[in-house]
Design a protein. Sequence first.
Length: 157
Amino acid sequence: MKEAEVDGLDQQLIQLLVDDGRMPVGELAKRLHVTAPTVRARIKKLQEDGLLRISGLIDPEHCKDVSVVLIGIRVQTHGKLDQELERISSLDRITWAAVVTGQYDIMAEAIITGGMTELYRLMNEHIFGPMVVQSETFMIMKSNRKWICPPPGFAMK
């Protein structure tokens, strides 16, 4: 897979969108000193290259019944670590998963809305499998600057 090139203009555009993902194209163009069609083309290319995704995020600190959980997973892979990473990262409640160094092979982040009952269901029915030999969960009690995609079926109460 060829690595996409990101120049200074792309970097500035991305930073403006990080600061305000709803900023109008005209305002982005004005701040970057380029035309609106240039901004639209750059955004489209960044999205097509898989470098940029614009989405709505929520702050879990302000959402009742939404919990963020980190899960450390040790696997017995027999050369299939990528396959296990793909399996875990494709689960509904998992927002990201990564192969890491240290005592675990994979770290994953899950967003749950049903408290310990849902965490138990996620672990028992989806995370545990023939390749998983150990796991440890870390419930996030408080965080700063943490924005997440709303979990499936999310509703403000």
